[in-house]
Design a protein around this ligand. Sequence first.
Ligand SMILES: *Cc1c(COP(=O)(O)O)cnc(C)c1O
Length: 234
Amino acid sequence: MSIRENLAGIVRRKDEAAARSGRQPEDVLLVAVTKLHTPAEINEAIDAGVTDVGENKVQEILDKYDKVKPVRWHLIGHLQTNKVKYIIDKVDLIHSVDSLHLAKEIDKRAAQHGKVMDILVQVNSADEESKFGVSSEEAEQLIADIAEQCPNVRIRGLMCIAPFLEDPNDCRPYFAEVKAIFDRHIEDPTGKTDFKYLSMGMSGDFEVAIEEGSNVIRVGTAIFGTRNYRSEEK
Ligand SMILES: *Cc1c(COP(=O)(O)O)cnc(C)c1O
């Protein structure tokens, strides 16, 4: 199937899951995850209606940025502090902030560019050692610290990568735990945070994630096919 056909199927399933949880199609944003795919493939997806693309490596954003049609860029992978300067003027949302140290560097670079950078705090609700992100317990403190100490960073919500489980329904508790933290912050009388996005759900579990309250899904394989990790330079 073509990228356009795959995309149409994903959008339909996204919209149906949104309807099941009492929401409208536009209430759930699709971020097309384009890592290891070519600018030509990405442009095909944009022509087919994709408005937001996600990459997990700074270098890939830099390589593709000028070759891809205008689109919103999301950094969804682990971000090293020394690379923030390269993407601060390119990405619209950083999904993967998991330390005050990183937030402070983003704050400093954003200030230099006269902008406020939108970020999500990454929560590893399953406490998987292989994954980045703070535990649910640590999340509250990190949110408070960033809100207090980083005026050029605006926390827009949370991101979570669920464990890979054969039955995606088994991910529900991990999604629900992050949704509960999200709900506690949706109203912020201090105005220091502005929660709007709950980024949960990938190719294998996005419908379950939406049913559990996600409003941003990050889907790669189901749109572009399997990634070829051996030809990273393509
Ligand atoms: C690769 C990646 C995705 C997309 O995964 P698929 O299973 O291909 O849909 C989503 N989120 C993050 C953080 C990723 O690195």
